[in-house]
Design a protein around this ligand. Sequence first.
Ligand code: PEP
Ligand code: MG
Length: 753
Amino acid sequence: MTAGALSGPRLLLRRFREIMRSADAPEARLTQVVRLIAATMVAEVCSVYLMRADGDLELFETEGLRREAIGKTRLAAGRGMVGHVAERGTALRTRDAQGHPAFEYRPETGEERYSSFLGVPIQHAGRVVGVLVVQNVRARDYTDDELEALETVAMGFAEMIGSGILVTPEALAETVRASSRPTRIAGRSLAEGVAVGRAVLQAPRIQVTHTIADDIGEESDRLEAAITDVQSQIDEMLAQPALASGESRAVMEAFRMFAHDPGWQRRMREGVQSGLTAEAAVKRAYDQTRARFREIADPYLRARLADMEDLANRLINRLSAGVGFVGRDLPDEVVLVARDMGPAELLDFDQSRLKAVVLEEGAVGSHMSIVARALDIPVVGGCEGAIDRIDQGDLIIVDGEHGQAFVRPDADVLEAFRDLQAVRQQVRDRQSKLRDMPAITRDGVTIELLCNAGLLLDMRHLEETGADGVGLFRTELHFMVRSRLPRVQEQTRYYSNILDAAGHRPVVFRTLDVGGDKLLPYMKREPEENPALGWRAVRISLDHAGLFRMQLRALLAASTGRELNVMFPMVADVAEFKAARGLLQREIDWATRQGRPLPDRIRVGVMLEVPALVWRLPALLPLVDFVSVGSNDLMQFMYAVDRGSPRVSGRYDPLSPAFLSTLRRICRQCTANSTDFTLCGEMASSPLDAMVLIGLGFRRLSMRPKAIGAVKEMLLSLDVGALSAEIDRLMEFNDSSLRPAFEAWAGEHGVAI
Ligand code: PEP
Ligand code: MG
């Protein structure tokens, strides 16, 4: 931006401030402001629309449109260009308004004469409360500077609204207040678990009450001081012993890099130079980035936006002398409600109070969700309009099992929920007493119960649950939470920490399973129509042998003097397994040549996830030390059902003839070949499904840590011999789901499912 171009916005702001300070009546000031905007921007029209309690936008003041339309022209949210701006919360500019898909003709305004349109949202307390618009008769392109000037004035408007100048406080409260009725908000589960607490809304934190600077030099000093302070705050967080290693540190390091980003700092400084207060400059820099990111679906970039919001919040909190949401009155049991959030915010929050999180956005694979799952904090994402529908302090039940939140629940709903929670707690207490009992069935069959893990934080579950080891360690999470590829040394340290945490218990490392919905920010990829069937997992590892060998080298180095168990994901044919195994051998040979110590024992396995490989077991089994059935993907590919699509993912039951006979085939062939076999998909976490798996011949199951207690309770009451004798008959019971038949069998035989 040139120095000359800055003068437009700066001039407008100075005049705006003068008008606001005048002693004129509020209505007169508003009229002067719209005239000022129209004149400065050489526009025929400048109008203010405000949102009414019913969500309609009403023409409140105008320079240029017919005055009789004031109070009369109303647009429902999302209708017309004005509704479009309000709904999306971002600016809209076009030289050909009537050619725009959102254009809606309102005869009472006389709008048909105008070609160009520039509209910006007026936001108060994180919600759109109005729209500020300029229009021109001739087709013209509004410049970035003009857009910026209008956005800045819109922030000033928000300030006027907040102080009751534009609308009465009652009308405003009516507009932005969420309904006080009980509401259920449906979303999707990002982290399991159920909790209840009081809402703490994050959005109001990015609330700027003072927009226009009195003294640019002073604001500039405040901004610089705040940036320095927040940067050292982040350095201090990084120095915490809890963040000494592991993924939380990686997340925070990425965050620190972001805090030092020169582009973001430059945008804030420019804001101050154009006449904004430091807070307003922070907010505007954030809003601009948010507007740019809005259309981007890339989960990595969206996660970065959450990081930026976190950073903007920190700066604004610091600038408003620490008046943030983490106030003294924080409830004991907090449900955080936000549009989206970064992992740092989660880690930074008082863990003893934080019970659950509700997000308007959020993604299963986001860093925040990954960390929340490791911390056992239920999260429901995709809750549309949550910020508008939830008020500060509202009681909320967060059901991370079913992806829903009950806001202001009725007394009886709350009571029913509390009863349910009490029952769950009793069950958990009962099951945790089984922790040290050997997992042996009633008829003396020992079952190995392992847990799935993906973070260093997960390793504590081994001790808590008494699991026999880690049956599936998803190594990709370590790669996903970083902003660059971890080097061999870094990976070695990480795997070594994992093995240390496991102690004498075995850990099965699965090599990188990226692609599909698991994206690495630093890896280039082409968009694919069916990513689950696309370039992922071992396919990427084989195509990027350098990357794969780095991982294998680190796994070998981390396991020196101990056992290395490693398996390859998504292998579709025997040649692929051989190729992956061959690269491992090259690394072993390299280490030997270098005189490096090797693991005491190396066991190499494969995941059975692609149906084609099941048909190649006779050729495959002699080559492998073990197989692990990935029932999530195997189910997805056998039934042609996208596991990520809520509409179809539950449509077919793993307990159905086709799937069970495939599993039976695997059990029989592995047994005949004396090859170890495990199942490590979601199926193993359900006591009934686990019962059936044991009946089919599985003796080793790897599951979510939380499921271990329930599965152990089930198997202690199971007579495997009785089930195996009947399983073939039970599998003929139905053409579709066999669940009812197995449930009935469990009931008749006293199995605790
Ligand atoms: C599976 O597919 O069953 C599996 C365990 O792997 P993931 O869920 O990580 O794809
Ligand atoms: Mg899989």
